[in-house]
Design a protein around this ligand. Structure first.
Ligand SMILES: [Zn+2]
Length: 264
């Protein structure tokens, strides 16, 4: 059984056929879904999905590319939503130096404020980076040092679509963070498999980031959670272990991070 640790099922792309998408996921062994919102509006939409479909969990927060939507009032609204029983993380939050849609200093400030919110709510964070891994690592490490009680020994967060190197991953692991890997691990030129070879299964999860980042052989089409086993079998090949081992480890890691009931 798999958990898709990051899929945006609230997007318009799924409006017409979400029940079928979820049924296909179940057929593929993907029975639970973590849906990270991107702002206050998609947070409401994600919560509605969680109330409609069993196995759907939500993260609430402001994505770094959505900071035009950010205000103190809206963050207060996010904080209120964070107490909903289906909310398992603050996310997705982070910094994006690729699109640079708002000043980097401002991105770092709002990222930091949302980490503080997560610590107050005793929730983990889901972190987005693009061309910004080291700055994001520095920020979370600083917050862990300032607030060592955050999560009391449980995982504090995940760097999703991890593109850093093995040394950065190990720094994250030392600070109670995990990393997760999406469809592009299946691409021919991917550099992530070498990192996975070095870091192993203990602190990683799988994710689709649907509807984006579709794995081979469906590249070019909409991504969906039923493709998780394609990512897991690539990781199994890379590590030369049975795919069942990848499924068990990544599910266990997601259960630990998000505080989900253990099904094994
Ligand atoms: Zn995402």
């Amino acid at each position: 059984m798999y958990i898709d640790s990051h899929c945006h099922l609230f997007y318009e792309d799924f409006a017409a056929d979400l029940p079928e998408v979820i049924a296909r996921a179940h057929d593929a062994g993907v029975t639970r879904f973590v849906v990270p919102a991107t702002n206050h509006v998609t947070a409401e939409q994600a919560l509605k999905l969680a109330e409609t479909y069993p196995g759907v969990y939500v993260a609430v927060g402001f994505h770094p590319l959505d900071l035009a939507e950010f205000s103190d009032e809206r963050l207060a609204h996010i904080a209120k939503m964070a107490s909903h029983p289906n909310v398992v993380a603050i996310g997705e939050i982070g910094i994006d130096y690729f699109y640079d849609t708002s000043p980097r200093e401002y991105q770092r400030e709002i990222f930091a404020r949302q980490i503080v919110l997560a610590a107050e709510k005793d929730l983990p964070v889901i972190v987005h980076t693009r061309d910004s891994v080291q700055d994001a690592v520095d920020i979370v490490v600083r917050h862990v040092a300032e607030n060592p009680a955050w999560r009391g020994g449980r995982p504090r967060g995940v760097f999703h679509c991890f593109t850093g190197d093995a040394a950065q991953a190990r720094t994250l692991f030392d600070n109670g963070f995990l990393v997760s890997f999406p469809g592009p691990v299946t691409f021919k030129k991917a550099t992530m498999p070498e990192v996975i070879r070095q870091i192993g299964l203990d602190n990683i999860m799988v994710e689709t980031d649907a509807p984006f980042l579709t794995p081979v052989p469906h590249r070019g089409k909409r991504n969906e959670p039923s493709y998780i086993p394609l990512i897991a079998s690539t990781i199994a090949d890379v590590l030369n272990v049975p795919v069942a081992e990848v499924a068990a480890a990544t599910t266990r890691n997601a259960e630990r991070l998000f505080g989900l009931p253990q099904v094994h």
